[in-house]
Design a protein around this ligand. Structure first.
Ligand SMILES: Cc1ncc(C[n+]2csc(CCOP(=O)(O)OP(=O)(O)O)c2C)c(N)n1
Length: 369
């Protein structure tokens, strides 16, 4: 029998789907400029502010870990390693842009206007941590993986319908990008050209599940193609590239072009959360060491020091000020009376169903004794 050529070449189709996606980078891991076009037009003050924000976050991560171990904080998802991904991205947004964070995105939330003491109350599971100041355009961090994406698509459509020159920016992880909510949200936002910038912070692991086990897709950014929206991969350890890509994505979305999906390639140095995860069981020391070499603070420190904008003294000052701020915020949180079980129950629904009403009555009787 003659060899008949297959009419469709699936191998070629697969290669096309997984074709190379560039990774945008402005600074290499030593802080040298590798792409001048991605160096943003930020003033010296803004560059220092961005670095200060990232250092602030690193110190917050260290202090929160210590406070958690002392039993003074509740839930905590470490952020060290992700400072550029988190704070150089949020730096590109305006006060009236709406932030829909995940549980690891407390640093962006505080920089967007949430008092740190309230972030600490949220960590303790206290309802007072969820009552936001009127002017703060944000929702509390989402624990349900990917759910904030669907809400972001809705809020973004609301902004569009009201002709607002603002956007929603929201974050999920590499694990989150496997959720149904993720696909529904980018599809919906794309269909309605809603004002949204979606981030996937690809830190390599969803708890212990490696990125390779999430999907056969070569990149997470390419998932944007199915929604008909731009998808971009950026070096998530490079603050200047993350900022530039974010600023451009914001401009694109606010100009009525629809949403953008940004994948930041990053790494979390610590455990998934402080609730018993042991990363040595699923990551090697070599991998950790490789990523530490890409550290966003070291790279940006080098860049700013060369420009005469950063010094050891300045760094010390930022660290000390942050420690003071954290100390004041935790004392502030300590002053708020402990949450009663009845209050917790009352906060579950706007109108409590009968079963909850009964439980509230039981606890109120106990608490009044
Ligand atoms: C819908 C849902 N499924 C499962 C969980 C349990 N869970 C909590 S965090 C997590 C991993 C998420 O990983 P990723 O999205 O990569 O974000 P990262 O924690 O790495 O920032 C899982 C499965 C959850 N919170 N919500």
């Amino acid at each position: 029998m003659a060899n008949k050529k297959a009419p469709i070449d699936f191998q070629a189709l697969l290669e096309e789907v997984n074709s190379e996606f560039p990774v945008y980078q402005a600074l290499d891991q030593d802080g040298n400029v590798v792409n001048k076009e991605l160096i943003p037009d930020l003033s010296d003050e803004q560059l220092v502010e961005l670095m200060t924000n990232m250092f602030w976050s690193r110190v917050l991560d260290q202090r929160s870990t210590a406070l958690n171990r002392q039993g003074r904080l509740g839930f905590f998802a470490p952020t060290a390693g992700q400072e550029a991904s988190q704070l150089a991205s949020s730096f590109a947004f305006e006060q009236d842009d709406v932030l829909l964070p995940g549980y690891r995105d407390v640093p962006q939330l505080v920089k967007h206007g949430l008092p740190l003491s309230q972030a600490f109350l949220w960590s303790r599971g206290h309802a007072a941590g969820n009552f936001y100041p009127e002017e703060l355009k944000a929702l509390p961090p989402q624990i349900i993986i990917g759910a904030q994406y669907v809400q972001a698509a809705g809020v973004a459509l609301g902004l569009k319908k009201r002709n607002k020159k603002n956007v929603v920016f929201t974050y999920t992880g590499d694990g989150g990008s496997s959720q149904g909510d993720f696909y529904e949200a980018i599809n919906f936002a794309g269909a309605y050209q809603a004002n949204a910038v979606f981030y996937i912070q690809n830190n390599g692991f969803a708890i212990s599940t490696p990125r390779e086990k999430q999907t056969a897709a070569k990149t997470l950014a390419q998932k944007a193609a199915a929604a008909g929206i731009p998808g971009i991969q950026v070096d998530g350890m490079d603050p200047l590239a993350v900022y530039t890509v974010s600023k451009m994505a914001r401009e694109w979305a606010v100009s009525g072009n629809g949403p953008v999906l940004i994948e930041t390639l990053t790494y979390r140095y610590g455990p998934h959360t402080l609730s018993g995860d042991d990363p040595t069981r699923y990551r090697s020391q070599d991998t950790d060491d490789e990523w530490q070499k890409k550290d966003p603070l070291i790279r940006f420190r080098h860049y700013l020091t060369e420009k005469g904008l950063w010094s050891e003294e300045k760094e010390e000052q930022v660290i000390e000020q942050t420690k003071e701020e954290i100390k004041a915020a935790i004392s502030e949180a300590d002053k708020v009376p402990k949450q009663k079980v009845s209050d917790f129950l009352k906060n579950m629904f706007e109108v409590s169903p009968q079963s909850i009403k009964e439980q509230i009555a039981i606890y109120e009787a106990k608490e009044s004794k």
